[in-house]
Structure formats: structure tokens, C-alpha cells
Write a protein that binds this ligand. Sequence first.
Ligand code: CA
Length: 649
Amino acid sequence: MNQANSMVRFVICGIVLLMCSTVCISAQIQVPALCGPVPSENQLRWQELEYYAFIHFSLNTYTDQSWGYGNEDVNLFNPTELDCRQWARICKEAGMKAIILTVKHHCGFCLWPSKYTEYSVKNAPWRDGKGDVVREMADACKEYGLKLGIYLSPWDRNHPEYGRPEYITYFRNQLTELLTNYGPIFEVWFDGANGGTGYYGGANENRKIDRTTYYDWSNTYKLIRELQPDIVIWNDGGNRADLRWVGTEAGFIGETNWSLLNATGDVPFNMLHHGVEDGDSWVPGEVNTSIRPEWFYHPSEDTKVKTLPHLMDTYYNSIGRNATLLLNFPIMPNGLIHENDEKAALDLAKAVKEAFAVNLARQTKAEASNVRGNAEESAADNVIDSDKDTYWATDDDVTKASLTLDFGKPTTFNRFMAQEYIRLGQRVKAFTIEGLIDGNWKELAKATTVGYKRILRFPTVAATQLRFNINDAKCCPVISNIGVYNAPQILTSPTDYMPTAFDLKEMVGYTWAHLLAQAVNMTSPLLHFAGKYQDFIGNPAENLLRHLPSTWDETIVLSGSEIGKTVGFARRRGDTWFIGVLNGGEAATLPIELSFLEQGTWQAEVFGDDPGHPATFQRQSNNVRASDSLTVSMSPRGGAVIGLTKTTP
Ligand SMILES: [Ca+2]
């Protein structure tokens, strides 16, 4: 063979080899195809903020109202110590990344000197009418490295033209002022309360609007995006924008939470709360809630600022469930955040920092049951590199896979965090976590969706390995990060946690007494029903609920209990007994023998079903002794609760 021939063969071989390796490499590094809708760059940037503040401040602050009528005197607005830098400092120290300021609430009063109305700070005594809260907020945000957002109420109970086309021009003029004069705005927020009674320039009447057409949102959105191309728009479900309400202001989103909705059609509670698995649009959830019961400041709530265990639950039930958390601070009449609210926010920040201080996954050896194309780009250890842009992915046809983290020695932990690489869509539908404890695999937690971030809590274990089993997914899973943590326990005392509400929207088909019985049987602090705080206050069962302990000295399963039908517990804390009975799908009667009671007379307070009326209950009180029995009749998916306190020895 001459040298030329040899050279030709070498070149051909090289080309073949090159072609082969090109083909092989491209097969290995092929990025998984998009799985359904994906977030925009603006939505991605927003999601990564995770935690930011709401600020409510207006004439309501001076009238102790929740919603102003629109005729409140502008002279009331005179915050003597107003300091937006205090707000920004607290938010920054609390770990928040942005602040959304309510620049105009339903009463129509504007916190900036809008040139389109007289109903603003320019006619208030504060700073002799020269003040501009939005300007001071924008400056403070800049100083503290926070992004700024605005809440502009579409409903305006002051404006004479509200309900007519002229008001839409006014509304857009105001949006233009706000989105032009105050630098970058990361989010704009439009409340869903629209139309009703109001001052309306002196008309004092009821004005109804057709909320599907009146605001012509598509053109308003166009204007917003022209003025602030990097913005995200929040609107409640019906007027589909970039972000969605989660159906409750109580501080949590559904455990199953898809960042998807359909572009058109109604959005009932379950869609707001859980998203839509096969939705055609990326519309992630934002959990908005207040650090106190109400949005605006009321002095009576200075003692009702949420406790650390309550706020931790809010954190896990929002950020830990693939949502962001928008936590509200009401501003006091003097223009500052109350010290109790500041302390609560900083305590939460400290507890979150402690909980996630050390990612135990970083020190492990990661292996997966399947790696996409057996390529390094998709390998298991990409989930422990703390890099959000690298990921573990499986082959296209693999939607069931496991990833194991080997700690090398028994390691103590109680939190698991996973993140999907959502640029390619949301995929995981079901997963479990197992621990290898004393040589046996034990299930630690079971869940559905992951999304941008999912955090699971479970009792502390010492395991040598952790297994993350994806049992079902819409497409091949793509996981960017995993975290394993050993969070310090936060003790809950009985008075620490106030159950917030009952709302049958959350528990379709169940009765009120059933929900109440859950509070007893599932242990009182875990009340997470949707709805309004006000439904709880003044509720006939409020006293009983407030006194439910979070730990018990003794639990007895009542005879006649049968899993799937009727389950009753009698639970004792000190000298007090609580009985909770949960009923299944058919009406039932349960006789309860009280032989577990000590001698003496006991007062029994019974909350039972009101047949045919699931949203109400019947209440009676009578004296009983250990030799007596009480019979409760329950509706389908009903229940009963009995509180027993000793009256005479
Ligand atoms: Ca990674």
C-alpha cells in the first residue's frame, strides 16, 4: 500500500469515525423535547424570586376599614413617620426579593400625585401635598436591591365615571403614569373585586359591570407589555394573564399544583388551587396572604400576628408547593410596619435559614435507574451540583425512574426538596421518597407534582440512602436539583396556631361537622381549609376550636369504628376530652359509650350534622356521666364533635 492510499484510507476512516461520533454525540446530548406549555423568560425570572412582600396602606388605614366606600376624607392621610426605607429594610432582612405596593385600593385614593384625579396624596396634609409614596417606595427598593411591583385596583369607588368607558381611559392613564415614571416594575396586580356600591363622585349608587368585557383586558395587557416588557401580570382566573390566584387568601395552594391553566373558559376553585394537568397555557400560582388576619392595619390585630409555626406552614404550603409567596404587611397610621409584624417576618426568615442551612445531598453519591443516552449531561449527579441549569433526565420512553443518594453512613434528615427543569415543562405526576434504614427500604413520603420547587416534610429518620422514585410523569422526567435537610423542630403550643377558616369549597361533599371532627382527629394545628378568617371568628364553635390541643395524653378508638365507614376517636388532654367522629359516604348513627370518663358530672357540648344542610350544624349541650351513652346521627360525609369538661366531682 502506498502512502497516498494509506492517507486516503486514513481520511475516510476519520470521516466515518467523525460521522459516527457526531451521530452518537447528538443522540446523547439531545435535549428532551418540550412537555406541554413552558414558562416565558419573565415567568421564569418571577418564579425564582420565590418570596416577596405586599404592602397595604391607604385611607382605610385611618378609618379601620377593609374596603373604603370612596368618599373618605383625603385629609385623614397624614402619616407622621412614614419611612419606606423601614419597609424595604424589613423585607430585605426577611429574605424577600421584591415589594408590591397597593398604590390604589378600591376606595380610589392614590398614593402618588396622579394628574388624572384630585383624590390623591397631592391633596393630603402629608408632606404638604408634595409627597409621593410610590416614588419613596421605588427609591427605597432601589437602595435595598428589591424589585418593585404595583397593585392598582380596577374597581374604583370614588371615580364618577366608573362603569362607563371613560373610566377605562382613566385606568389606562394611571397605569401609564405608574409604568413610566417609577423605573422597572416587575409585577402588576389587579384584584378581582369589581363593581358594587360606591361614592362614584357623589352618585352614591350601585354600579354593576360585565367583568368579562368591561376592562377590555387584552388591550390593557398590550399597553402594559409595551411600557414594561419584563413585567408579569397577575389577574384572578377569569382574565387570564401571566400568574394566577390560588383560590384562597389563607396562605396555601393545593398539594397537587400544575403551573398550567387553559387559555379560555371558566376557572373554578379547583383549577385555581391545583392548576390543570393538561392545560394549554403556563399560568403559575402565587399565594397571597397577610401576616395578620386582614390586609389593612387594624389596632385590634396587633396580638393576632401569625405565629412562627403558622408562617412556617405557609412557607411550606406555598414555596414548598411550586408557588411563590406574597406576604402582606399592613402599614400603621404613622407610616411604619408594626414591631410585631417585623419580628414575625424575621423569625420566619431565621427559621427558614436554619431549616435549609446544610444540603446533605451535596455529600452523597447519586445514581439513577436510567440516564438519558447514558450521557454525562443527563447524569444523576447533576441534581446535587447546586446548579439550576444542569439536570438529570431519562430516555424519552422512561416515565418511571428512581434516583438514589448514598450518604455512606446513617444520616439524619426530615426534609426533601426537588426541582424540575421547568424550561422544558412540568412533568412529574407522582413520586415517593424512601429511606434505607437498618438495611430496609421504608417509605418516608408520597406526593404528586414537583414543578419549580417541591418540599416535603416527614418525621426525622436516620438513613444511609435516600431513594427518589418517580412513579408517573407526563414525559421523561427532568430534575435540576435535589436537597435533603435536617430542619430543627419548631414546637407548637396549643395557643400558637389558630385554625383560620372553614370553607366547603375545599371539601366538596363534606359537612361542616365533618371538617370540625377532622380538627380533632387529625390533631388540631393541621387545619388548612380554604376560606376567610372571618368565617372562624364569631363562629359558634370558635371557643371549642381555640381550645383544641395540638398534642394529646391519650387517644381511644371508639367501638363501632370501621375504616372507610365511620371512625371515632376520644382524645384526652389533661382533664378535657374531645370526641371526633368522621363519617363516610352513607348516613350513620353511632352510639358512644362514655365509660372512659372519670366519676362525676361532665358537660358535653355536641356539634352535629344538620340533615340536608352541609354548611351548617346543630349544637346542643347536656350533662352526662360515665354510665351514659351519647348517640350521634351523621349525614353522608358528615361527622360530630363533642367536647367534655368536668363540672362536678
Ligand atoms: Ca443541577
